[in-house]
Design a protein. Sequence first.
Length: 458
Amino acid sequence: MSMVDPASVPSAVRSFLDQRGLHAGNVLVALSGGADSCALAAAVASLSDGAPVQACWVDHGIRPKDELAAERDFVVAFCASLGMRLHTRAAEPGRLVAEAKLAGGLEAAARTFRLRVLDEMRESLGLAMTLTGHHAGDARETLVMRFFSGSSSAGLAGLRPDSGHVGRPFLGLERGDLEAYLGRRGLSWRDDSTNAGDEYLRNKVRHKLVPVIEEVFPGWRTALRAGAEKALADDQALTGMALSLLDGDGIDADILARAPRALRERALFALADTSGWEGKRLSWRLVSAAAARIDELEAGVPLTLAEGSGLVMRSDGRKVTVRELGAEPATPDFCLVAPAPGDYVIGTDGRCRLYWATEGLRNDAFSWPLVIRSRKPGDAMRTAAGRTALDKILARDGRTPALRGHPVILEDRDGIVGLSLPGGRYVWRYNPGIKSLPATEYLRVDLKGVAPDDATRR
């Protein structure tokens, strides 16, 4: 246990509040009953000057009921002894277990729920910030976990004193400092039983990995802190440059194409945030895939860069945008009647080239004129199963509902001949009568700039 000045703990809180123009009466204390949050509550209460101090205890519903009941009784008595106003919130039974898979585990689901509840409580009380008792040990463990999870410089910058409306005054103090402060004030705390086991990742890091790191790298605490400061400086510089690329609800495609990969990815993350995705999980693999495809951009040619996590990243040939799936703008209707092979213009930017080649649409599988158009309601094509709605055909091809409205339709007088799909793929209508006959020519259809999923042969 550290030998510290009893005033150092409230001093850390006072300094944190003063630097942000806050006071004890306009913050919410996240109180779990553990040593770190109890020290925080006691320090904030000591600085209140008689103003009411608010605290919130969250029951995640994932520990034994008798332990939770005892902890609740403890925090009620603890807050009463300090003259604090306590608010309690509880998760519905089984809720976090049900959400664990989507959230990345029970630990992550509990954290997400706790932060949401605390922020809702803060807002309802009209308070400026929620304070948590995270200390230096928590910050180190977080860095270790992020390193082995493949985090970028943003993650390796570690826990920050400020994250939106969440403040962490104790990042410069050790847990021993907080326990010593409580001891000198004659205050007790509760230990969460889950902290003793290795069921959760943080506990595994704390109990198994940290002792090994301590033995092999005795100066790891200082080194880790220095590395986090360097990562923070790098990330702030790169993020600032990335933000400068944003232009309203998108990014100029030509500017993004000239940017280094690191700026592209950060700019896409930032664009997703401005598109309403801030605070939600967004896969780095998705953003990385989109950044890589930017090299394929052509002026005026639409291209879907990546799709997943509930959103789609795409370019209309001029601007890159990020939108929620199903919310992207509809493609304007278009229609071209081609009486013979040749080069054609569709609308203002679309291009179509029809020519004979060694593969494509058999010359005996359709008749002229050939209509090339956007999709219409009720469209269907003949398949081996009979007349089949395009939705079913596109679903089999893996098209999401958001993109099923955008195939390019090829049609003759007998109906739809085929569909042009991304990457130069085509689906032709079922025509068993010509299978055994040799084809003399094949029609090739090259399309550019006519659909948001870039139905283009390259």
